[in-house]
Design a protein around this ligand. Structure first.
Ligand SMILES: Cc1cc2nc3c(=O)[nH]c(=O)nc-3n(C[C@H](O)[C@H](O)[C@H](O)COP(=O)(O)OP(=O)(O)OC[C@H]3O[C@@H](n4cnc5c(N)ncnc54)[C@H](O)[C@@H]3O)c2cc1C
Ligand code: FES
Ligand code: FES
Length: 485
């Protein structure tokens, strides 16, 4: 697989390179193709890391194997003892909302709610987050503290790996060529246990300057078990065993936390980079350790019953389609846009945003950054807010796509109540970000009929507006909450 390290900043509105596009409907099929391409194919889950890397020409795989239509990889299962199995395709958003994760692994839920934007959480998966191998992956520190076990599969068989053996360096993991992640297991938490995740970033919608997770068990005032891990402070997400050792067996006190905080600052090996300096990362490691322990200590630690849902994979829809498209070939796909089925010829490397704007002339959806950072290109896919600049058009075949043009009443031409509210509240100036903001806010109001201001601000945090300011946007969304179904 070629990489273009000489050109770090390439980004255009197109995916320049061609590749074979394959859709696997079983794990076996994906593994067979991985073996056939002999290291030159990449698996694609949500695509939020992969497509960005390809747009910036840091990766040029010969083939992309879309694994999102393999049903068994998209399931969560809560076992009777409270342990949990999570499929690699489960989205970050789904995990952040999952009742058992929120009750029994609150640090993991917090990590899943701290991603750059709602759209990234909706598209991105737990498997992609781990397999991308970033030192800044938000789920990694907390999974390290929870003693997660990973199941890796290849044509030669399966192996189970403790997560602390998975990360090898920036972008490097223990995955061998031809191997894929097929499951994540979280052991049941002991009574009296909890977990916490904290993240420091330049702005709320950004990767971590530093992140810290703690999982511990208490008995009265004593810490009887503890694991501490950090992200963005070393070449990989890391456990800090010396810090945990300092805390275990001790009674909780601020003096103890001060000692452990200093040890955390010494145990890491941070660097200066675009997000922060090594000096600052050491300072903040000390503070985060103390804040996290204080926060965790205040939690209600009574054992919670395991929540077992009859439909563990709720809200997931699969298509039985197994699509393959060879490099430079085009294929006719059916897109269902705003309730209309349209046939359109696409190449494997065409992005949904460009197909909507250039082939279907739906220019309401806007192009701005092209790499997932502004949310101007948000559309709904199967009712969820997604970034059309990071979606391969071919992968959207058969799904329900709604663009800003679809909000208007098709018969009367009346605007949606949310659009009216934006006009009444002067919630836009140049209007460039507005379609993306509206599509995101529509998704929020479909999920939560009566959100408060904090929820609106959190849900819209990834939608950049350079001219209006957010007060009037938030006011417009809140004014409309009662009008929604
Ligand atoms: C604007 C923006 C903001 C972001 N903010 C955050 C953030 O705040 N915190 C954070 O942690 N991350 C963040 N990310 C990174 C990214 O969204 C996450 O890492 C996400 O979870 C990746 O999941 P995905 O399904 O999109 O992965 P993909 O892009 O589909 O895949 C990522 C890598 O993993 C491999 N892969 C995927 N699934 C498997 C599997 N089952 N087995 C083997 N290999 C596999 C792929 O081949 C690829 O190399 C951000 C990204 C963007 C663009
Ligand atoms: S254009 Fe898609 S997120 Fe910026
Ligand atoms: S209204 Fe101009 S960017 Fe938001």
């Amino acid at each position: 697989m070629d990489t273009h390290s000489h050109n770090e900043m390439t980004n255009s509105h197109l995916l320049v390179d061609n590749f074979d596009y394959l859709e696997a409907s079983t794990v076996d099929e994906a593994l067979t193709w991985l073996e056939q391409y002999d290291g030159r194919a990449r698996l694609m889950a949500g695509g939020t890391d992969l497509i960005v890397m390809m747009k910036m020409e840091r990766l040029t795989p010969a083939a992309i194997i879309n694994i999102t239509k393999i049903p068994e990889l998209n399931e969560t299962k809560v076992n009777l003892d409270g342990s949990m199995n999570i499929g690699p395709l489960v989205t970050i958003h789904h995990m952040g909302m999952h009742p058992h994760i929120r009750a029994s692994f609150p640090g993991l839920a917090a990590a899943c709610q701290s991603f750059g934007s709602t759209q990234i959480e909706t598209m991105g998966t737990i498997g992609g987050n781990l397999c991308n191998g970033s030192p800044a992956a938000d789920t990694a520190p907390v999974l390290l503290t929870l003693k997660a076990e990973l199941t890796l599969s290849s044509r030669q068989g399966k192996r189970i790996l403790p997560i602390e053996e998975f990360f090898l360096g920036p972008g490097k993991t223990s995955l061998k060529p031809g191997e894929m992640l097929v499951g994540i297991k979280l052991p049941a938490p002991q009574p009296g246990s909890t977990s916490v995740f904290l993240k420091a970033s330049r702005v709320v919608a950004d990767l971590a300057k530093a992140s810290l997770a703690i999982a511990f068990t208490r008995q009265g005032e004593r810490i009887i078990a503890c694991r501490v891990a950090m992200g963005s402070v070393a070449p990989t997400p890391i456990l800090l065993p010396t810090v945990a050792k300092t805390l275990i067996g001790q009674d909780f006190s601020q003096d103890l936390l001060a000692k452990a905080g200093k040890m955390a600052a010494e145990a890491i090996s941070p660097i200066d980079d675009v997000r922060s300096s090594a000096w600052y990362r050491r300072r903040i490691a000390n503070v985060m350790l103390q804040d996290a322990m204080n926060q965790a200590w205040r939690y209600d630690l009574e054992a919670k019953p395991a929540y077992i849902s009859p439909s563990q994979a709720e809200g997931q829809h699969y298509l039985p389609l197994a699509n393959t498209l060879e490099t430079e070939h085009r294929s006719e796909i059916e897109l269902n846009v705003n309730g209309h089925k349209t046939k359109v010829w696409v190449a494997g490397n065409e992005l949904l945003l460009n197909v909507l704007r250039e082939k279907l002339e739906l220019t309401g959806t806007k192009y701005a950054c092209g790499i997932g950072e502004c949310s101007a290109c948000t559309v709904q896919i199967d009712g969820k807010p997604m970034l059309s600049c990071l979606v391969l058009a071919i992968s959207a075949a058969g799904k329900q796509i709604t663009t800003i043009e679809g909000l208007q009443n098709p018969k009367t031409g009346e605007l949606d109540p949310l659009q009216e509210a934006f006009i009444e509240n002067t919630a836009f100036q140049c209007g460039y970000c507005t379609p993306g903001v509206l599509m995101t806010a529509k998704s929020l109001l479909a999920e939560t009929t009566d959100p408060d201001e904090e929820q609106v601000r959190h849900y819209l945090r990834g939608n950049n507006c350079r001219c209006t300011g957010y007060a009037s946007i938030v006011r417009a969304v809140l004014s409309c909450a009662d009008h929604q179904e």
